[in-house]
Design a protein around this ligand. Structure first.
Ligand SMILES: Nc1ncnc2c1ncn2[C@@H]1O[C@H](COP(=O)(O)OS(=O)(=O)O)[C@@H](OP(=O)(O)O)[C@H]1O
Ligand SMILES: Nc1ncnc2c1ncn2[C@@H]1O[C@H](COP(=O)(O)OP(=O)(O)O)[C@@H](O)[C@H]1O
Length: 204
């Protein structure tokens, strides 16, 4: 659902703009958006990529499902509608961070194509890099790092993604990673390689 802002609210132009903030940080801001099932490796990957970017002296921020749901989105559950609102708010937040000149890493199941597209459309072309963490359900369930699949199979958790709630796989993700067949190191190199090829990270 698209909600229009109140017509009496007027946009303010800031004195310092996105280009100036980005130039000062010597980087091209963007959102690296990790989407995939619970246990697919989104958080592990996003953390490892952020660590690498930090080592390379980049300015980053990591937004992660579990953590954002402890604060900003603690009023939201896991119905389709709440997941849509979750991603809408996170998209707006990530968009502000891009405006601040940061490399934003976002790790959310984000199961629906429509909301992921909304986030893509909030930023400039090329600034939304979708990473499909395409680890199969069977591998995620076998890992079950938080014991949530076990609970979902036992009917103790409802609307669990991949069990009784949908996951719509991306059709045109910029990067696809299956962590059941690819090492963490290789996955990090693949993402960093993409960022260099796209001139988001400048070669020294
Ligand atoms: N019903 C249900 N379905 C899926 N996930 C559940 C559920 N209940 C709790 N959790 C935990 O919440 C984390 C997912 O939150 P997200 O904000 O990423 O979800 S979503 O994008 O709004 O779908 C998810 O984290 P990850 O395992 O890191 O993906 C789970 O730890
Ligand atoms: N190659 C790999 N890449 C990422 N995670 C892996 C890999 N191999 C095993 N794992 C494990 O899989 C689990 C993924 O959990 P997590 O990163 O929390 O996933 P998500 O954030 O998608 O729920 C972790 O326990 C991690 O150690």
């Amino acid at each position: 659902m698209i909600i229009e802002p109140n017509k009496d609210v007027v946009w303010h132009q800031y004195k310092v703009n996105k280009d100036q903030r980005s130039d000062q940080k010597r980087q091209q801001p963007c959102i690296i958006w990790f989407t995939g099932l619970s246990g697919s490796g989104k958080s592990t990957l996003a953390n490892a990529v952020e660590q690498k970017l930090f080592e390379l002296n980049h300015h980053t921020y990591l937004l992660d499902g579990d953590n954002v749901r402890h604060g900003l989105n603690k009023d939201l559950g896991f119905s389709d509608q709440d997941r849509q609102e979750n991603i809408r708010r996170i998209g707006e937040l990530a968009g502000l961070f891009v405006d601040s000149g940061l490399l934003v890493l976002a790790a959310f199941i984000s199961p629906f194509r429509a909301e992921r597209r909304l986030v893509r459309e909030l930023v400039q072309p090329g600034e939304f890099i979708e990473v499909h963490v395409a680890t199969p359900l069977s591998a995620c369930e076998q890992r079950d790092p938080k014991g949530l699949y076990k609970k979902a199979r036992a009917g103790e958790i409802r609307n669990f993604t991949g069990i009784d709630s949908d996951y719509e796989a991306p059709e045109n993700a910029e990067i696809i990673i299956d962590t059941s067949t690819q090492s963490l190191e290789d996955s990090v190199s693949q993402i960093i390689g993409y960022l260099k090829a796209k001139q988001i990270l400048k070669e020294a």
